[in-house]
Structures are given as C-alpha cells and as structure tokens.
Design a protein around this ligand. Structure first.
Ligand code: SAH
Ligand code: SF4
Ligand code: F3S
Length: 474
C-alpha cells in the first residue's frame, strides 16, 4: 500500500509543480504576440495551428501583422528547390525587422528546418530558433532559451508524436472548413521525394481523438473537415490491451461521416498503391463523404514509375481509376504530375499525356522535376533532362489539363449542385462562393435566405475552366 502511495504522491507533487511553472510562464509571456506564416502542403498549415495552440497555452496571442510581433515563425517547405527559395526570400524581410527590433525572435519551423537543421543558423545568422515538425511541444522551452540570449535547435523526429491531445487554434479560419491531421510522416520512399526525410516515419493518430476533434468542430459551426495525411490509405490504428481493435482508413471515414450528415468529409492524399475498394465503398455509402479523390499519378509510364519507386505501374493505376468510376458514380479525380524525371524520354512523356486523355482529370498540380539533396533519385540517377525540355513537357500538360478542366466544368452545366457556402466570392460581395460535392468552386448571387455555413442547391448556368456559375434554386 505504502509503495503505491509514495509514487502517487510524488506524481501529484510533480503535477502541481508543473502547473505552477506553467502559470509563471504564462504570466511571463502574457500578451506576447506570435506571427506565423505557412508554406507548402495542408499538413504544414495544420501544424501551424498546433504551434499556435501550444503557445497560446503559454500566454502568446496570434497576430496577422508581423510588424507588431514579438515572435515570427515561418513554417517551411522543402518539396522543390523553388519552394525553399521562396522561404529564403521571405526570411530576408523578417530578418530586416529583427535588425530594427533586436528583441524579436525569428524562428524557422517545418520541413526546411528538419532538412537543414543547425546549418540554418550558420546560413541565416539572424534566425534564432530551428524546430522540426515533431518537436513543437518543445517550443516554449526553446523560446525561453532565446530570451536568455542563446540560439535554439530541436529537430528530433519521433515515432509516436501525433499531437493527438492538442486542440488546434484555427488560424485565418472562416469557421466553416477545417483541416484535421490523422497521421504524420511517410514510409514510402518515392525516389524524388524529401518528405520521408523531413517528416520521419509514418504513424497514425488515435481515431477517438480524431472523431472528438471533428465533433467539436461541428458543434462550433464548422461544416467541412479535410482529413490529412501524406498517404491516408495506409492509416491504421490498433488499440493496445487484450481485445485489439484496428481501425483502417475506410473505418475512420465512416466514423467521421457518422458524426452528422451535415458535416462534409474530405481527405488528402490518396496513394494509388494503397487505395482500397473498401474506401471507395465507404465514399459511396455516405452522402457527406465528398465524391472527390486526389490520386497523384506522377507519370503515366511504367518504367518511370519504377524509377520513381512508386510501387505501382500504369496498368495498376488505370485499374484504380476504373474502380473509382465503377464504385462511385460521378466522382471527381485530381492528380499530381512530374515532368522531366531522370532519363524520361519523349515517348515516355507521351504516356503521361495519354494517361491524362484516359482519366480526363478534373484538376491537376503539375511540376518540373526538382532534384532534392539526399533523396534516392539524387543518389542514384542523373538529373539529365534539360530545363527547356522539362519546361516544354510541363507547358504541354498544363495546356492539356486546361482543356480537361474546362470539359469537366462544362459537363456540369444544367445540373443542380449542392454547395456549402464559404463566404463572398473573391471578385464581388454581391456573390457568394462555395464548393460542390466534387470540389468545384461555385459562384452565385447573394440572397436573403441563406448565408455562409449553409448548404444551397445551385443550378449551374455557365462555367470557366476553374469556376461554375449559377443561381440558387431551393
Ligand atoms: N504524399 C503525396 C504527395 C506529397 S508532395 C503523394 O504521395 O502523392 C506533393 C507533390 O509534389 C507530389 O505528388 C509530387 O508530384 C510533387 N513533388 C514531390 N517531390 C518533387 C520533386 N522533387 N520535384 C518535383 N515535384 C515533386
Ligand atoms: Fe513523398 Fe511518396 Fe511519401 Fe508522397 S508517398 S510524401 S510522394 S514519399
Ligand atoms: Fe512541403 Fe513538407 Fe509538405 S516538404 S509539401 S511542407 S510535408
């Protein structure tokens, strides 16, 4: 008995001590202003909300004006060389602010921080803090160190960290759509990709915490959640103990869809090698799981896919597209494409073009191959496609995609789309904008009987390549 009491008591005292320290720290930071700017993928934007939450607990307030900030963080992306260049340019502006205000803390977070580690401090002398994606809980402590006149780095990657218990502070939010991170890291080793090095091993977050976060968002008026992971189809969480329950991505989609039929569920990114028919059936079964899948192909040629280490070939990808078309009638599909990967011939590039002809994607993100230090491709293959050739191939597929985006949009004319209103359109406050189930942007006149956060039925009358235009017919 005594033995049991002693550790309990110590634990309690420890907790009290922690609470006192937290209180002191909160008081110290009270009102200090945090400005945070994010680059890269949705995961980074979602992480910034976790960072804001961790620091809000310690008394920091977020600001959208960096000129009045006490702490400036830039959450960075390393995916392509030009992504890093953008960050460096922006960082120059922040470090100018630091020259004027030496007490200002400037920090680099995210993937570039992880890739360059303490080298960042050598290269950019005015940066004070460098923190990788798995070390954000350490931020208050790292800021303390900077306040004491030191530089601070924590780029440790973790096999467990999912920030499951942290309820993110929603930044720049419209109060309607929110990102919810369901897993972190990536275990695929696509040869071109830096993400496994910057984000570490794949791990899934407890489904109960995901459902709780989504339910809380719904209760606060949010109407759409986007579940995020580098490869959502390999989501897998097993409980510990005797009766082990394993939740896969199809199960998770159902759990979130069941929260409320008025909560739309989206997700990104699916991986062609892992997307199962069960996931497709789940999408089809629930009206509130949106009929939209982002399924990056990267290349339409099997030899290039093999060099990219994507672990599927052209036939496999086509089989997955056919399964989507069969199981989910009226599903929009988008993709990512890389042109000019190592040794890609004109003939092989044509296979990518013919894949676009086959799928007729609703939307595509297209990139020239950019060699990233440390990746398998950088080690094994020469980046031997001349810049002009990469560009020519890119221009060709961009033009092709324009045609198909327009084709998909035009096919909606005369149909009625259910739209979740997000706010005023960018161009005019006489129009609202919102997304259709298939993720198309829809514009329609403002009316008295509906407002942002509500669903309306919109008859589509015309379209551009990127937008549907119509009127409410409720
Ligand atoms: N996890 C997602 C992709 C994350 S990165 C997936 O597997 O699909 C987003 C996109 O950036 C990739 O799909 C790829 O098209 C592109 N990309 C990644 N590394 C790149 C590189 N080195 N050069 C050019 N594009 C790259
Ligand atoms: Fe990168 Fe491939 Fe992982 Fe996507 S699946 S993040 S492209 S390694
Ligand atoms: Fe960029 Fe890191 Fe996302 S490299 S694309 S911010 S995972």
């Amino acid at each position: 008995m005594m033995d049991l009491l002693i550790p309990d008591k110590t634990h309690d005292e420890g907790r009290q001590g922690e609470a006192l320290m937290l209180k002191a720290e909160t008081a110290k930071n009270n009102g200090r202003k945090l400005y945070i700017e994010s680059y890269g993928c949705a995961m980074n934007f979602s992480d910034s909300e976790i960072v804001a939450s961790i620091l809000a607990e310690r008394g920091f307030e977020t600001t959208t004006d960096y000129s009045i900030a006490d702490v400036i963080f830039i959450n960075t992306c390393s995916i392509r060389e030009n992504a890093e260049q953008r960050v460096r340019n922006r960082l120059k502006e922040f470090t100018v602010a630091k020259v004027k205000n030496p007490g200002l803390v400037v920090g680099v977070l995210g993937c570039m921080a992880e890739r360059l580690k303490s080298k960042f401090l050598e290269e950019e002398k005015l940066v004070d803090v460098v923190v990788g994606p798995d070390a954000y809980r350490d931020l208050p402590n790292l800021i303390d160190r900077v306040d004491d006149g030191q530089k601070a780095v924590n780029v440790l990657l973790s096999r467990e960290e999912t920030y499951a218990d942290i309820s993110p502070v929603r930044l720049n939010s419209n109060g309607i759509n929110a990102f919810v991170s369901i897993m972190r890291g990536c275990d695929n080793m696509c040869s071109f990709c830096v993400v496994p090095f910057t984000r570490g091993r794949e791990r899934s977050r407890d489904p109960l915490s995901i459902v709780a976060e989504c339910r809380d968002l719904f209760d606060r008026g949010y109407r759409e959640v986007t579940l995020l992971g580098q490869n959502v189809d390999s989501y897998k969480y097993s409980t510990t103990g005797e009766d082990v329950i394993t939740t896969n991505f199809a199960n998770l989609l159902e759990l979130v869809a069941l929260i409320n039929p008025d909560l739309r569920v989206r997700f990104s990114t699916s991986h062609p090698k892992d997307i199962t028919d069960d996931v497709l059936y789940a999408i089809n079964k629930y009206d509130n799981i949106c009929n939209y899948i982002h399924l990056p192909v990267q290349s339409g040629n099997s030899r290039i896919l093999d060099l990219m280490n994507r672990t599927y070939d052209r036939d496999w990808y086509i089989n997955r597209i056919d399964a989507i078309r069969r199981i989910i009638p009226d599903c929009a599909i988008s993709t990512d494409v890389i042109t000019g990967f190592c040794s890609e011939t004109d003939e092989e590039h044509k296979d990518t073009v013919s894949m676009m002809d086959y799928v007729k994607y609703d939307f595509a993100y297209m990139f020239k191959y950019s060699e990233r230090p440390g990746t398998l491709a950088a080690k094994r293959y020469a980046d031997d496609i001349p810049e002009e050739v990469k560009q020519k191939r890119l221009t060709e597929i961009v033009a092709k995609q324009q045609e198909y985006s327009f084709y998909r949009m035009q096919a909606r004319i005369g149909r009625v789309e259910r739209v979740l209103i997000e706010g005023f359109s960018k161009k005019s406050d006489k129009d609202y904008c919102g997304r259709s189930d298939q993720n198309a942007m829809v514009i329609f006149p403002v009316g008295e009987n509906y407002k942002p956060g509500q669903y309306v039925n919109v008859l589509i009358e015309r379209s551009t390549t990127a937008t549907l235009i119509g009127k409410v017919v409720d």
